[in-house]
Design a protein around this ligand. Structure first.
Ligand code: MOS
Length: 720
């Protein structure tokens, strides 16, 4: 590895923002480089950018949950003002089965046949001169169906449940030791089922995509998490050379896993091809609830057996999640139990239940978020049963290597998080007995949970041009989905080039910049930073020749494919500890979170401002998951009963107290940047910390999310 040595960040407290010059950008707070453009409205999002001759597409979604399209009455709609076309399964361009992140994905094969796999499936796209005309026509379009019976009811004992095949994204089941014998020999046993509902991403910016053909190339301006992934998908679907597709996505107003690709994007390309005009399709908030993915419901059984001193003899975690009949998606909730605690015997199983619903998808900390709710709640129950402090119990069961894989950890500093968190939260003052603290009508309690998330790295390419004016232009197909990635990468590049951040121009989110992993899996910044650093090394070698820089500049490129692939196998994870204090009104069932503290071990922190924002954002999601979020599927229609922001409540300002997030030193050189992605870990463990605090306040366990008022009032029995 030839990366230049970068300064090690040891930031645990913020200092005032400083203008940096030279080689100390990483680790210092820095406002977003595009912040001014965003607050002045100068920054344009995919739905805002004007194009000459732009036509507007509006989606028509199925109103039945399963069946076949019998007829689409296009005549009256085509006669409406401004209408240019109605695309449907009988006239739409044919697609070649595309490849998604999890293999061939039938949900990309839109308007190809008369099958309706779920309610809300796109059955037509109406294109018109204005979006108002397109909407009016789409709403007037009459589609009739031959309806078939549907099944949308998720249950752990559903007869269709099956074990998914192991793959890159689905971990193998684990059976090690004799779980039953160890449970039988245990002094304390926890055996409970935990459930989580469907949850929806709801990025502030709804999905939008514009497609046009320009000089024989397909150009797409989209709101996505990775321009390359989208370009590759479109090239495959429309049978194009990779070089004939260009996808850009400069500013993205949130994604959280929902912006890998969307039906609107594929249909915009179809319409642009048929009409030979630029076409944009923007989703409404209700449509966002229809087909861009969601976190599937889970039912998780956790069995823990321990000696009287709290040492785990057995850990069993069976996680069942909702999937779709159209496309398998596995919520890998067992990631948490695979990584967190050592036990003599281990049984880990994954199952899915396919239903007539849209394909679920990645949602912030997929698997980790629901898995941590179940496992970290069960650990709290074991602490109660063994009379051990929840932190001591966890420390007692720290594994030497990753429990499921047997691989060494690249670093594991979770104990430092427990200790720092306990100190700052005042954990030592806690009376372990539940229901002992009151504040007027409020019953008070505190709880904690561990956090973890994989901190991977993937190949990327980057180029850096030394310009004749002394500045540097970095090009990488990274995505800044609102995280601050563009700013972090500017800091990385400045240090790698040993110049000030003002001398660096960061160009991202353009598939023409070459392959790069997308903003997902908490792997983006780590992966891109490595490629940028390598490009800086390559550039410095070129510049060392001392020649004057020509007008077109001097460019060096890097590709980290071999570096990333050539490493030994380790389990690389970020860790953390979350603490919550709640107040429960036992007469109304209302739960208020009074404070939350999260302490994390997330490698080298590039930008304390944006890092803290990511962690606090994640913790806010944890609060929201604990108390509010629940997609309710209507069994009669097969659709969501609350698929809009009036019915689907997520935590708003009035729900969220002061949330503190900080980190401990976590040196790790498994990847040369020392970075562990932190976009997702903030949500992991948050819901369990709150549920454990609710138990501490009331003496009643809450094993089903969200912790609704009725669940508090019915003493925690399952009312789902
Ligand atoms: Mo994220 S859920 O890894 O896109």
């Amino acid at each position: 590895m030839t990366a230049p040595s970068l300064p090690v960040a040891r930031t645990t407290t913020e200092s005032a923002p400083t203008r940096t010059s030279g080689t100390n950008a990483v680790g210092t707070p820095h406002a977003r480089v595009e912040g001014r453009a965003k607050v002045t409205g100068e920054a344009r999002y995919a739905g805002d950018i004007p194009f000459a001759e732009l036509a507007h597409g509006w989606l028509v979604l199925s109103t039945v949950a399963r069946g076949r399209i019998r007829s689409i009455d296009t005549g009256p709609v085509l006669a409406m003002s401004g209408v240019l076309s109605v695309l449907h399964h009988e006239n739409a361009p044919r697609l070649t089965p595309g490849v998604g992140l999890m293999g061939p994905d039938p949900s990309t094969l839109l308007l190809q046949d008369d099958r309706v796999p779920y309610r809300g499936w796109p059955v037509a796209l109406v294109v018109a001169e204005t979006s108002e005309q397109a909407r009016a026509a789409a709403e007037a379009l009459v589609v009739t169906y031959d309806e078939e019976p549907h099944d949308v009811v998720f249950a752990a004992d559903h007869p269709g449940a099956y074990t998914p095949e192991a793959s890159g994204l689905v971990q193998e089941d684990v059976e090690r030791g004799d779980v039953e014998a160890e449970l039988a020999a245990s002094a304390a046993v926890v055996d409970e089922e935990y459930t989580t509902p469907e949850e929806y991403h709801n990025a502030m910016e709804p999905h939008a995509a514009m497609a046009r053909w320009e000089n024989g190339r397909l150009e797409v301006v989209d709101s996505n998490q990775g321009s390359n992934a989208v370009a590759q998908l479109l090239a495959a679907l429309f049978s194009l050379d990779a070089a004939s597709v260009r996808v850009r996505s400069e500013h993205v107003g949130g994604a959280f896993g929902s912006k890998g690709f969307g039906a609107h994007l594929i249909l915009a390309v179809m319409a642009a091809t048929v009409l030979d005009r630029p076409v944009r399709v923007v989703l409404t908030r209700r449509q966002v609830f229809s087909f861009v993915g969601f976190r599937p419901a889970t039912a998780q059984r956790v069995r823990l057996g321990a000696d009287a001193d709290g040492r785990l003899r057995a850990l069993e975690h069976e996680a069942i999640s909702l999937s779709s009949t159209l496309h398998q998606f596995v919520e890998s909730s067992t990631r948490h139990s695979r990584a967190l605690y050592g036990a003599d015997a281990l049984r880990i199983r994954t199952k899915v239940v396919p239903l007539d619903v849209p394909a679920p998808s990645f949602m912030r900390a997929p698997g980790w978020a629901p898995g941590s709710f179940a496992v970290e709640s069960a650990m709290d129950e074991l602490a109660e049963k063994t009379g051990k402090d929840p932190i001591r119990l966890r420390v007692r069961n720290e594994p030497a290597v990753a429990p499921a894989s047997g691989l060494p950890f690249s670093s594991r500093n979770v104990i430092a998080c427990y200790e720092e968190g306990a100190r700052r939260f005042g954990w030592a003052d806690r009376d372990p007995r539940p229901g002992t603290r009151r504040d007027g009508r409020w019953s008070l309690g505190v709880g904690m949970a561990a956090s973890a998330h994989s901190a991977g790295v993937a190949p990327a390419t980057a180029s850096i041009t030394a310009e004749a004016d002394g500045t540097f232009t970095v090009r990488i197909a990274a995505a800044d989905i609102g995280t601050g990635a563009r700013t972090a990468l500017t800091q990385i590049a400045a240090d790698a080039l040993a110049v000030s951040q003002e001398a660096v121009r960061m160009k991202i989110a353009d598939s023409d910049f070459g392959p790069a992993f997308l903003a997902g899996g908490s792997m983006g910044t780590t992966s891109w930073a490595w490629a940028i650093t390598e490009a800086a090394v390559a550039l410095s070698k070129k510049l060392a020749l001392g020649d004057p820089i020509p007008a077109e500049g001097v460019t060096a490129k890097a590709d980290t494919t071999e570096l990333v692939g050539g490493r030994d196998q380790r389990e690389s994870l970020g860790f953390g500890a979350q603490f919550a204090e709640v107040a429960v009104d036992v007469t109304t069932g209302e739960v208020r979170v009074r404070r939350m503290l999260g302490i994390f071990a997330v490698g080298r922190v590039v930008n304390p401002v944006t890092a803290r924002s990511q962690l606090i954002g994640g913790m806010t999601w944890g609060l929201s998951m604990a108390l509010h979020e629940e997609g309710i599927r209507d069994t009669a229609s097969g659709g969501l009963a609350n698929g809009d922001l009036a019915g689907y409540h997520f935590a708003a300002n009035a729900d969220v107290p002061a949330i503190e997030a900080d980190w401990v030193d976590d040196p790790d050189t498994y990847n040369p940047s020392g970075i562990k992605g932190l976009g997702e870990i903030g949500i992991v463990g948050g819901a369990a910390a709150i549920a454990n605090a609710v138990w501490h306040a009331t003496g009643v366990r809450q094993r089903h999310l969200p912790i609704r008022l009725d669940r508090v009032l019915t003493a925690g029995t399952a009312t789902h």
